[in-house]
Design a protein around this ligand. Structure first.
Ligand code: HEM
Length: 171
């Protein structure tokens, strides 16, 4: 293959998305002294989502109403902290050109919004009788939430570790 042909081939393979203005601007803007708020806030909904399932299993095992009430509170706070994390994530997505330009960031948004809908449903369902709600549908919803939050967190990690989104370029 001649040098000229190789040059033409590599020119044809340029990804048009990478030519977009601001493609390389991926540093977090929603941050405190360079520490991204989204990364700091996601720990709460992730942990609380697991707590709901844990409390549901404890209620199923013991029959103690305390666990049904604990599950209600974990579901509510998990949903509200999830919404807060969603606000910081969405602001990051819309305001940072290099994040906005990348398809995986939008994939994460779709998975996360699905999660927020499930967390809201799991809380709302329990508000109309938190003890009766646990078995069977509450615990099934909690299991689904744990699966989806695991996928959301894993995918968010990919954005940071594989695509270096929301990270600092360092000095
Ligand atoms: C609903 C809208 C959301 C959007 C648009 C969004 C967007 C993003 C973006 C752009 C990043 C890259 C890092 C950064 O820029 O801060 C990220 C990371 C991440 N996201 Fe989200 N996110 C959303 C919701 C959520 C929710 C609800 C969770 C979990 C409960 C979550 C879990 C994560 C995790 C674990 C990371 C990796 C953080 C790290 O390792 O530093 N995200 N997200």
């Amino acid at each position: 293959m001649s040098k000229q042909t190789r040059k033409q081939d590599s020119e044809e393979l340029i990804d048009p998305i990478s030519e977009m203005p601001g493609f390389d601007q991926t540093e977090s803007r929603i941050a405190i002294h360079g520490h991204p708020i989204h990364a700091m806030s996601v720990a709460f909904p992730v942990a609380l989502t697991f707590c709901v399932l844990g409390a549901d299993v404890a209620y199923w095992w013991t029959g103690d109403i305390f666990w049904a009430r604990a599950a209600l509170w974990a579901a509510g706070t998990g949903f509200l902290f999830g919404m807060l994390a969603g606000v910081s994530g969405t602001a990051e997505l819309l305001l940072v050109p290099g994040i906005r330009a990348r398809a995986p960031a939008w994939t994460h948004f779709i998975i996360a919004v699905t999660l927020l809908a499930l967390l809201g449903a799991n809380w709302g369902y329990r508000l109309f009788g938190y003890e009766a709600a646990v078995l069977p549908y509450g615990i099934l919803l909690s299991t689904l939430c744990v699966l989806v939050v695991s996928f959301t967190g894993w995918h968010g990690g990919k954005l940071v570790f594989d695509y270096q989104l929301g990270t600092s370029k360092g000095n």
